[in-house]
Design a binder for this molecule. Sequence first.
Ligand code: NDP
Length: 275
Amino acid sequence: MMMGIEKKIIVFVFISESLRGARVLVTGASSGIGEQMAYHYARFGAQIVITARREKVLQQVTEKCLSLGAQKALYISGDMSTESDPDKVVDFALEKLGGLDYLVLNHIGVTRFAMWDGDVNHVRWLMKPNFFSYIQMAWRALPSLEKSKGSMAIVSSMAGKLSNPFTAPYCATKSALNGFFGSLSHELAMKKSNVSISLITLGLIDTETALKAVRGIITTPAYPASEAALNIIITGATRQLELYYPWYTYVMNLIKDWYPSLTHHLIQNALNYNP
Ligand code: NDP
C-alpha cells in the first residue's frame, strides 16, 4: 500500500482455448475488420452470430467461418440505423446461442470523407448506426453478459480521441461512444458487475472502405485488418479496458494534451490537401 493506494501489477494472459465454444455476436461483419474478427473467432472454435445489411455476403462469411472451425456460424441481416433492428439482432443471437459471452460492436454507417458542408441531418442520421444502436444493443445484451461473466468490445477510433479533418460527423459519433461507454464502464465496476467493457482505439486500417476514402489524401501507412481484428479479440478475452492499435495511436493520445499545436501540425501535415 502507498498512501492508501494499493499498487497492482496486472498481467494479461490470453488463452485461445478460452474462446472454444464461446458465444459471440459481431456486428459489421460482412466486410473489413468485422469480417476478419469473425474468421479469427471461427479459428478459435467459437459459436458466432454475425450481422450487417447484405444478406448474401453474410451467408458467404458464415460458410467460411464454418470451414475455418467455428462450432456454429449464423447470420442475421439488419440495418442499425433503424430503431427495431438492433434489438432484433441481439434477441436472435441470445435465442440461437442460448446467451452471449462476447458482444463486439463494430459496424458504422456510411459517411463521406470530406469537409463538413453543414448537413446537420446527416450527423443526426449517423448517430443512429454509430451510436444509438450501440447503446441499445449493449443494454439488451447486458443481462446475459452478466450471467456469463461476459465482455463487450466497442470498436472506436483515434477520431474519437483526437479530431481529424474531413470526418466531423464520424468524429462526433466516435467521441460519443468513448464518453458513453467510458462512463458505463465505471458504473459497472462500481456495481461490481461481471461484465467488462473494452474501448478500442484504432488508427488507419487497410480495409477497402478506409483505403478508398483516404486514397491520395492521407500518406500514413495503413495497418492490416486481420491483425487489428486479432488484437481486438484478445483485448476482449483478457478483459482489458482499452486497446490502442497500432502503437502510434497511443503516442498521439499522450501528446495531444501536452502539445496541442504540435498535434494539429502533425495531423494537418499528414494530409495532401490542395484546394
Ligand atoms: P467496413 O466499411 O469495412 O465495414 C463496415 C461494416 O458495417 C460492414 O460490415 C457493413 O456491412 C456494416 N454496415 C454499414 N452500414 C450499416 C448499417 N446501416 N447497419 C448495419 N451494418 C452496417 O469498416 P471497417 O472494417 O473499416 O471499420 C470497422 C470499425 O473499425 C468501425 O467501427 C470503424 O469506425 C473502426 N475503425 C476503422 C478504421 C479503418 O481505418 N478501417 C480506423 C479507425 C476505426 P453492410 O454494408 O453489409 O451493411
